[in-house]
Design a protein around this ligand. Structure first.
Ligand SMILES: [Zn+2]
Length: 97
C-alpha cells in the first residue's frame, strides 16, 4: 500500500471526509441538545447554565481537536481548511476526486 497511490489517497480522503461529516453532525447535535436541555427544565431536570456551557465548550473543544487530527490531506498530512467538499489539496495539489 503506497501512500502515493491515487486510488488509495482518494479512498483515504473519502474515509476522512465521512468521519468529518459525522463529527460535524454529532457536535451540532450535542450543542443543540444542550440548548434544548437548558430550555426544557420540565423534560430533563435542572442543569445550571454553567454546567451546560462547560459541556458545550467541551464538545466544541473535542470537535476542534478531532478536526485537527482528522481533517488532513492523506498525501502531505497538511490541514485541509474549511471546505469539506474539497477537490484537491491546496498544499500538494493532490486531487481527491
Ligand atoms: Zn496535500
Amino acid at each position: 500500500m503506497k501512500p502515493t497511490d491515487d486510488e488509495e489517497i482518494r479512498r483515504e480522503f473519502w474515509v476522512r471526509q465521512g468521519r468529518q461529516l459525522l463529527a460535524i453532525a454529532l457536535a451540532l447535535f450535542l450543542v443543540l441538545l444542550m440548548a434544548v436541555v437548558y430550555k426544557r427544565h420540565d423534560l430533563f431536570g435542572e442543569y445550571s447554565k454553567k454546567t451546560l456551557m462547560a459541556a458545550q465548550l467541551l464538545v466544541i473543544t473535542a470537535f476542534i481537536g478531532f478536526t485537527a487530527f482528522n481533517w488532513r490531506c492523506p498525501s502531505c498530512k497538511k490541514y485541509l481548511g474549511k471546505d469539506i467538499y474539497k477537490r484537491a489539496c491546496r498544499h500538494c495539489k493532490t486531487r481527491f476526486r
